[in-house]
Write a protein that binds this ligand. Structure first.
Ligand code: PMP
Ligand code: GLN
Length: 404
């Protein structure tokens, strides 16, 4: 019997994601997992009840392709309230299997072979492979160097983007609160970006899955709320992040009608629709006071957790500046170890019992920047006891190096 010969890989540079790799290594070695970004907090009890109720009430068949109408109505209202931005719930909002599926569908819908796509650097690992599959070419706009991230543009450096723009640039992808650095948007950054894009033919994706988790009084800014950006922008959100339920994989995208029409052509053949009872439960829960309170407190709760972690690391040789938003903290270990971040992250998991995420996989593979990385990402979306355990292990690592 003949077996088919494997064709060349469509993604020759891609292996298993660093998140899956580090979670597997953590479980193999019984290490504390502050690597992959997921909370160990429970979703709100009333939300869990609403989802269970939706199952009992019979919401067990396909949800509408664009998403549960009640949930889209809530998203529409949220953008009006939070950002003064109107999106038509029927024609400008689409729900998918996490923000991931919609980022992927939107890239396939808009990027053609030879198009250039500018992403910030470091960047979430999904964008580049999705662009490659569409035949697009990636250009990377470096963020200011660590540990003090965030120049005046915050999570965007508009000047660097301006210099990378060409006739071929089809799309710019920004992300804030930024994974992995925690940088946020600033009004200045968004204004300048609007200026840079104003004469171009370029779409903007704003990956805002960490939503309102802005710390130290920073405002909750969205590209949706910028009149100079909204008409060219697709904004991505994720209920997994907002409600401690990353495993439910329900996300959304807002986009002008004609773009929505195109991206739904892909979405309908890719996921079609997702998690009907979860969407219904979310729609029923989100309109309650309990949900408003949860969303209001989300940023402050994570800020406290960040502070707990950083206070615990005072006096160690780790270099850091507090994450501006989101639930990740970057630690620079260069005073302790001169080796690359992947090697160090692996060794600390196996030898010191703590799994973290190296930053180089968020950069271009094999680049100078990737090779020079001496930083690790810690997820602090954890119960206090997990954070305390992380502190204990990191302090022990600090002592270990100092006593050698
Ligand atoms: N964008 C960023 C920046 C992320 O960190 C994640 C995390 N998973 C996603 C998109 C994907 O979100 P989801 O889990 O809703 O697919
Ligand atoms: N977004 C999560 C993180 O940054 C991981 C999601 C995944 O594992 N694909 O850790």
């Amino acid at each position: 019997m003949k077996t088919p010969t494997l064709p060349p890989s469509k993604l020759p540079e891609v292996g298993t994601t660093i998140f899956t790799t580090m979670s597997a290594l953590a479980s193999e070695h019984g290490a504390l997992n502050v690597a992959q970004g997921f909370p160990d907090l429970s979703p709100p009890t009333n939300l869990k009840e609403a989802v269970k109720r939706a199952i009992d009430e019979g919401y067990n068949q396909y949800a509408p392709m664009a998403g549960d109408p009640g949930l889209r109505a809530w998203i529409s209202e949220m953008y009006i309230q939070a950002h003064g931005a109107f999106y038509n719930a029927d024609s400008e909002i689409t729900i998918g299997a996490g923000a991931s599926s919609l980022l992927f569908a939107a890239i396939q819908a808009l990027v053609f072979p030879g198009d250039e796509v500018i992403i910030v650097d470091p960047a979430y690992d999904l964008y580049a492979p999705a662009v490659h599959l569409a035949g697009g070419v990636i250009a990377r706009a470096a963020l200011p160097q660590p540990p003090n991230l965030g120049g005046p543009g915050g999570a965007i450096d508009p000047e660097v983007i301006r210099n990378l723009m060409s006739d071929k640039t089809k799309l710019v992808i920004i992300n804030a609160p930024h994974n992995p650095t925690g940088a946020c948007f600033t009004s200045e950054g968004l204004n300048e970006l609007a200026d840079v894009l104003s004469e171009s033919n370029c779409f903007l994706f704003s990956d805002e899955v960490y939503g309102p988790m802005n710390h130290d009084g920073r405002p909750f800014l969205s590209a949706a709320g910028h009149p100079g950006l909204k008409n060219r922008t697709l904004v991505f959100g994720s209920f997994g992040k907002l409600l401690h339920a990353t495993g439910w994989k329900i996300g959304w995208v807002t986009a002008p009608e004609e773009i929505t029409r195109e991206l739904r052509k892909i979405h309908q053949y890719d996921v079609f629709s997702t998690g009907a009872p979860i969407q219904r439960g979310l729609a029923q829960y989100l309109i309650t006071d309990d949900a408003s309170k949860h969303l209001r407190e989300l940023g402050p709760i994570y800020e406290k957790k960040r502070d707990r972690l950083l206070k615990g690391l005072e006096g160690t040789a780790f270099i850091f500046s507090p994450a501006e938003g989101g639930y990740f903290q970057i630690l620079d270990y260069s005073k302790l170890d001169s080796r690359g971040d992947i090697e160090v992250a692996r060794e600390w998991t196996i030898k010191h019992g703590i799994a973290t995420i190296p930053i180089s996989p968020f950069r271009k593979r094999g680049s100078q920047e990737a090779k020079a990385e001496k930083r690790l990402r810690i997820c602090f979306a954890k119960g206090d006891s997990t954070i305390d355990e992380a502190i204990e292990k990191l302090r022990a690592i600090d002592m270990y190096y100092k006593s050698r």
